[in-house]
Design a protein. Structure first.
Length: 150
């Protein structure tokens, strides 16, 4: 004679499934019985009062303020592309002609600034005294409009 296909685990799992199904059905019945009918669209609306708080009552029309459209700023104002700080003097500390870049050390502050060959008027080499402007680049301050001082 063959053994029964149902084992203890199968019976327990079936009991648990039936119990969950029954609980789900009871919750559904409770929600159905306790549901409020009506309310409609008006009960779903929310308003913002003069202080910016969300309330369920409509705002008082006497407290309404007129605002000019021109006074509203929707973003951060754009900066100019070239943020020029001023003319400075310095000494070319390093310059590689083949790669087309180098560094200039400012005389007053001893700060170093990156310089590219495209920003140079004329030819420069190491230890030349130069005048330059500084502007913000992608990785920091860059020397631009570089001229040799004679």
């Amino acid at each position: 004679m063959a053994k029964s296909q149902e084992t203890y685990n199968k019976k327990e799992k079936e009991k648990i499934r039936a119990k969950k199904k029954k609980a789900k059905q009871q919750k559904k019945e409770e929600r159905k019985n306790n549901a409020e009918t009506g309310g409609g669209f008006e009960s779903m609306l929310a308003y913002v009062d003069e202080n910016g708080q969300i309330v369920d009552t409509p705002p008082d029309p006497t407290k309404k303020k007129k605002i000019a459209l021109e006074s509203i700023e929707i973003g951060v104002p754009k900066k100019d592309k070239d943020e020029v700080i001023g003319k400075r003097t310095g000494k070319v500390e390093f310059f590689n002609d083949t790669k087309g870049f180098g560094f200039i050390k400012e005389q007053g502050t001893q700060e170093k600034f990156f310089v590219h060959i495209n920003s140079v008027t004329g030819k420069i080499k190491e230890n030349d005294t130069v005048m330059f402007d500084v502007e913000r680049g992608m990785k920091g301050m860059n020397a631009v409009r570089v001229e040799i001082v004679k």
